[in-house]
Design a protein around this ligand. Structure first.
Ligand code: EPZ
Length: 425
């Protein structure tokens, strides 16, 4: 099993290209199920999650082919299969994004219920309630959700839950509503840029969606969707991770293809910590003072501070000059990285959904274990600055969301290598 070996202490310098957004690409790929013509997607990141979605779509009768690393062609060639089976859904929860399109286009969807997850309970009750409100019948058989509807009918529905809006839930309802009869109003819709990107893609295929990016989305159903050529937005979470890589190493880096307007809550907190972030056309410059101020972070739905950058921010705050407080409001148990960071000398105390971070002068390298995608990214960031060698094991997690991470960090001057020999832990 691959691991990453990092020798900390190098200041990062240079420029890095930010890839397309994984969490926009996955639902947009699933939306190809809805389309009559060919879909050509540019800026698709080359990640294991994207390959898994390709694999699933192939099983569902969608042909896929690549042109270069970041352009993907998709076309429905067979509409017989409506079953996303456990083998793929358990590997990637975003497989659930095929549910809305299958139901709307093929009138039937059978999706294995995703099980537990390292970042906490992740129910799909809101997805189900939304699709049922559009007229689907549902039943649970052998761990699979079966949905059927001869014709979906537009409706007014509220998609909020105890932890706010749902990103992939909004995506599912949005996709299903494009082909429903009449008007659908989604209240408490997720406002994340990835949902807006999906709506913009669907509109480019002939859908009639308004209000994307706000909590109230209105969809006028249409008879059919065509294909289109579309460019996925840059990945704000990848950009945020590289910004912290620059900041934590006291470096000086430039991000290309970065939409800072998607990261305002994050940028606000980083500036509070003392990191310089400047826009230069469509590039972003990052540098940081040697001394980092402590701060308070609360993850929230967009436009709040993203949960997908909480772990990486914790790595940075471990080195601040004072005590910080991090509260997780989306996934209260998303703290698997706390114990691993403590192995590097971080001083962390978890109480419920909150972690008290006591800044330390330095972190010290050690073997650590990645538990999920963003936790692995946080451990790599900590390794970049920890004294001595850090080995991040189970690095397949990071390959789900960051393309060739070690090569891109090497190009910025980091001492990081992938190796197949994991250290004892
Ligand atoms: C998306 O997951 C992202 N995944 C996650 O990114 C991200 O952490 C999350 O949104 C929050 O921003 C993709 O886009 C593929 P939610 P999603 O439904 O849609 C609760 C990463 O690292 N909820 O918005 O599954 C849920 O438990 C990943 O790239 C219900 O209660 O998240 C959570 O507390 C990990 N019922 C909150 O809502 C439901 O039916 C938000 O979850 C659905 C969700």
């Amino acid at each position: 099993m691959d691991c990453l070996q990092i020798v900390g202490g190098k200041r990062l310098r240079g420029s890095v290209q930010i890839n397309g957004a994984k969490n926009a690409a996955l639902p947009i790929m699933a939306a190809a199920i809805l389309c009559e013509g060919e879909v050509v997607l540019h800026n698709v990141p080359d990640l294991t999650d994207v390959r898994t979605m390709e694999h699933l779509l192939n099983q569902l009768g969608v042909s896929t082919s690549r042109e270069g690393p970041h352009t993907l062609r998709l076309k429905v060639v067979d509409e017989m299969n409506c079953h996303a089976d456990y083998e793929l859904v358990r590997r990637m929860r975003a497989s659930i994004c095929t549910m809305g399109p299958l139901l709307a286009k093929r009138h039937e969807a059978r999706i294995s219920l995703p099980g537990g997850c390292a970042i906490g309970d992740r129910p799909i009750n809101l997805h189900m309630a939304g699709l049922i409100a559009l007229g689907a019948d549902s039943e649970l058989t052998n761990g699979d959700v079966m949905l059927k509807a001869k014709r979906l009918m537009g409706n007014e529905l509220f998609l909020g839950g105890a932890f706010g809006s749902t990103v992939t839930g909004t995506a599912n309802i949005l996709m299903a509503a494009t082909l429903a009869e009449g008007t659908t109003v989604i209240e408490s819709a997720a406002c994340e840029p990835e949902v807006t990107d999906l709506a913009n893609f669907l509109n480019a295929c002939g859908a009639r969606i308004a209000g994307q990016g706000s909590p109230r989305i209105v969809v006028e159903g249409v008879k059919q969707l065509t294909g289109c050529e579309y460019t996925i937005i840059p990945d704000r979470i990848e950009a945020g991770t590289f910004i912290i890589a620059g900041a934590i190493t006291n470096g000086d880096i430039r991000l290309r293809n970065c939409r800072l307007e998607h990261l305002l809550a994050f940028v606000d907190r980083l500036r509070a910590v003392g990191v310089n972030i400047e826009r230069d056309g469509d590039e972003v410059l990052v540098s940081s003072a040697r001394r980092l101020e402590p701060t308070t972070i609360t993850s929230q739905p967009y436009p709040g501070f993203p949960t997908d950058l909480q772990a990486q921010m914790m790595a940075l705050l471990c080195l601040a000059d004072g005590n910080s407080i991090i509260t997780e409001k989306i996934y209260p148990d998303r703290f698997m990285h706390v114990a691993e960071m403590s192995r590097l000398g971080a001083k962390l105390r978890k109480e419920g959904p909150t972690v008290m971070v006591e800044g330390v002068k330095r972190l010290v390298g050690a073997p650590v274990m990645a538990s999920d995608l963003r936790a692995s990214a946080a451990l790599v960031l900590a390794g970049l600055v920890a004294k001595g060698r850090t080995t991040v094991n189970r690095v397949y997690h990071i390959d789900r969301g960051y393309e060739r991470i070690e090569q891109r960090l090497q190009a910025l001057g980091a001492d990081i290598e992938r190796s197949t020999r994991a250290e004892e832990i």
